[in-house]
Design a protein around this ligand. Structure first.
Ligand code: DHB
Ligand code: FE
Length: 282
């Protein structure tokens, strides 16, 4: 049977990918962020999963704003890297895990989550930057297959944090009921506090971020109880991406340990963080 082996929460800021693509990670601006990643990257390189289930949002690159599904899963055998206006990132295409995708769609529908499916999908920075955080030098191919899971965090009304946490729990059950022996890592992407436009553009709320970074491990229900307005007020209009961390957390069990975390302000306009949790075997 499949098992969930670890969970990674990470910001997905596009310029973190651009810093890697343009060999700027040792520059004074970027070095502290990448130094913070190092212990997690070393651990993950020694604990490679077969498949990464990546919870992310498209930023109006592949999905038109006229039709934004609340929850969707990619079921393709391969996903191209999206061209977001600067050409495609020089990273490998993403290989899918269609059988696991189809299984997750079926199981989640049976648990009454109404999941849209993408049979074709270009994946934007929301997915490729977390892959680069996980694996900075993939060569010709990423070291795992990927199931993209999309959450609407960009158009009102976004799903509640509680619904995202419940989706994560159902996702964990669905992964564990997949009959093949695959090791699965779950990524929750986005956050932490940031706001890209409007009167509060540039907002950072380190107090809220630090609280969230602590509570995601042992008090996720407390974070799931916050409203979308709470998230936007405290973390900014784009800080609501943090609800995707709750999908990841829901897919893990109660028995986890924190392998590593790091928090750095700023990466572009964002308070960037990484938190890595290992599933402790009974
Ligand atoms: C930035 C952060 C994001 O999460 C995103 O999707 C786009 C841009 C930023 O800080 O620049
Ligand atoms: Fe984003």
């Amino acid at each position: 049977m499949a098992e969930v082996v670890w969970g990674l929460a990470t910001s997905h800021v596009p310029s973190i990918g651009a810093a890697m693509d343009n060999h700027k990670t040792a520059d004074p601006y970027w070095k502290p962020l990448f130094d913070g990643y190092a212990p997690a990257r070393e651990w993950m390189a020694a604990h490679r999963p077969d498949v990464a289930v990546i919870i992310y949002n498209d930023h109006a690159n592949a999905v038109d704003l006229d039709l934004v599904p609340t929850f969707a899963i990619g079921t393709a055998a391969r996903y191209e890297v999206a061209d977001e206006g600067w050409g495609r990132r020089p990273v490998p295409p993403v290989v899918g895990a269609p059988e696991l995708s189809e299984h997750l769609v079926r199981e989640l529908m049976d648990e009454e989550f109404d999941i849209a499916t993408f049979h074709e999908l270009d994946v934007d920075h929301g997915l490729t930057v977390p892959l680069s955080v996980y694996c900075p030098e993939p060569g010709d191919a990423w070291p795992c297959a990927v199931v993209p899971v999309l959450v609407n965090v960009i158009q009102y009304p976004q799903p509640t944090a509680a619904r995202c946490y419940a989706l994560g729990k159902a996702m964990g059950r669905a992964i564990r009921s997949f009959p093949q022996d695959v090791r699965v890592a779950v990524f929750g992407t986005g956050g932490m506090s940031h706001q890209l436009a409007g009167a509060r553009a540039g907002l950072i709320n380190s107090e809220f971020d630090r609280m969230f970074l602590r509570a995601i491990e042992a008090e996720p229900a407390k974070l799931a109880a916050l409203s979308r307005e709470d998230y936007i007020r405290e973390a900014g209009t784009e800080g609501i991406e943090l609800i995707m961390w709750l999908v990841m957390r829901g897919a893990l069990s109660e028995h986890i340990t924190r392998v590593h975390d790091t928090y750095h302000v700023p990466a572009s306009n964002t308070a960037a963080a990484l938190a890595l949790f290992e599933e402790v075997r009974a």
